[in-house]
Design a protein around this ligand. Structure first.
Ligand code: C2E
Ligand code: MG
Ligand code: MG
Length: 396
């Protein structure tokens, strides 16, 4: 007998969650519930075909949960629930869709059983294939980090004006002994929720610094190395000294290293985050605001924190040609970045039309599959030869 499809419910209102769970069970589903966004990975481990999500929760708001769903490449559908205005629900829906999360509908509180049932009985739900990626345990991840199973792929960043190669972003992968090569969507959320984000980051920094020194020797690469930082790095006061020491050990200059933080990953203790980020800046490291546009306090963070680069989220860039709202977000991010003196990079540049449009819109830098997919460092020399030819054809 096949087990019934699973519906996940995430709402900090315990009574409402119990009510929705009962409705879903009446409709023949199995349910899992949680009342805190930090328990998202537990819900996803059940492979739900639908997640009912409350936008306003105490510890982690629904917008942050949506970002994590996008990162985990959630293959089910989402129902967004809120007591706020219909306009807010619609913008949350747009935000989810721009990040590639499929939305089955929105529900305004108070929730009526018939409306929820109608969404649960939509025929598309039965066609959703639950995610089949392996379920990883925290112990396994700790072991993998310890056993040096993490490795890095690098994605080039180039200047739109002339195609010059100016940087690389280090993106972590895990060569798992049983499951093969795993991408961040399979383990980053687990690392962040399970207290392993700092050990993972230390390993990534160590690997990236060593490999980058090799790259500059072997490839003559003189650009910047970008490294993603998890929120917890901005709560660790010893972090700036630790990276200075790591960089000095391999003889890498701080100016060549850029730390990427996402808007939503700035932790609640803004004062501490500000202290750590400012100290990183003072020590010469560059700071980039990653996934710009998906957070909720964009402007506030930008003016308070010492950033040098703004990376426009790929969810907006990829659809900028066809979606008016996304195009406006990209255009206004470019002008905002320029006004604040930041260098603006567009992520997710997937085709030549986007490349040309971004160049004419005044964007400075680009990263995306059109230029190159992330790759092991060994493939970079071949890519550079191929790119140099393509650059010319782009009349850069
Ligand atoms: P991110 O930092 O925004 O990285 C960009 C992601 O977009 C990468 O996915 C990259 O492969 C993908 N990408 C690049 N160009 C294109 C494109 O043209 N089209 C499409 N569809 N995708 C593109 P990846 O490597 O799976 O990484 C996903 C996320 O995982 C990263 O998003 C970052 O938030 C996180 N991550 C990756 N490496 C690390 C790490 O070392 N530490 C931490 N804390 N997070 C990491
Ligand atoms: Mg990044
Ligand atoms: Mg990004």
């Amino acid at each position: 007998m096949t087990s019934p499809l699973c519906i996940a419910l995430l709402d900090d209102d315990i009574t409402l969650c119990a009510f929705m769970s009962e409705v879903a069970q009446t409709a023949g589903y199995r349910t899992v519930t949680a009342h805190d966004g930090r328990d998202l990975s537990t819900l996803l481990a059940e492979n739900p075909v639908l997640l009912v999500l409350d936008l306003a929760m105490a510890h982690m708001d629904g917008i942050e949960v949506i970002r994590q769903l996008a990162m985990a490449r959630f293959s089910g559908r989402l129902v967004i629930v809120s007591g706020h205005s219909a306009a807010l629900l619609q913008s949350a829906k747009l935000l989810a869709e721009l990040q590639g999360v499929r939305v089955a509908g929105v529900l305004t509180k108070p929730i009526r059983a018939e409306r929820l049932l109608a969404l649960l009985q939509a025929p598309e739900l039965l066609t959703v294939t639950p995610r089949t990626s392996p379920v990883i345990s925290l112990d396994d991840l700790a072991r993998g980090i310890e056993n040096n199973e993490l490795l890095l792929h690098y994605q080039p960043q180039v200047r739109l004006a002339d195609g010059a190669w100016v940087g690389i972003e280090a993106l972590v992968r895990w060569q798992h002994p049983q499951h093969g090569l795993l991408y961040p969507d399979a383990f980053i959320v687990l690392a962040e929720n399970g207290g392993l984000a700092l050990p993972l980051t230390r390993k990534v920094i160590e690997l990236a610094l060593n490999e980058c020194v090799c790259a500059s020797d072997a490839l003559g690469f003189t650009g910047t190395l970008s490294i993603n930082l998890p929120p917890v790095a901005m709560t660790d006061l010893s972090f700036p000294e630790a990276v200075v020491a790591a960089a000095a050990k391999v003889g890498c200059k701080a100016e060549k290293i850029m730390f990427e933080v996402t808007e939503t990953s700035v932790p609640p203790d803004v004062a501490k985050a500000l202290e750590i980020l400012t100290r990183l800046r003072l020590k010469g490291f560059a700071l980039s605001i990653d996934d710009f546009g998906t957070g909720h306090s964009s402007l506030e963070n930008l003016t308070h924190l010492p950033f040098s680069e703004l990376k426009i989220d790929l969810g907006f860039v990829r659809v900028a040609e066809t979606d008016t709202a996304a195009r406006l977000i990209v255009e206004s991010s470019i002008s905002l970045g320029s006004e604040l003196g930041l260098s603006v990079l567009a992520e997710g540049v997937e085709n030549e039309a986007l490349w040309r449009w971004l160049r004419s819109a005044g964007c400075a830098l680009a990263q995306g599959y059109f230029i190159a997919k992330p790759m092991p460092l060994e493939q970079m020399a071949d890519w550079r030869v191929e790119w140099d030819t393509r650059r010319l054809a782009l009349s850069c």
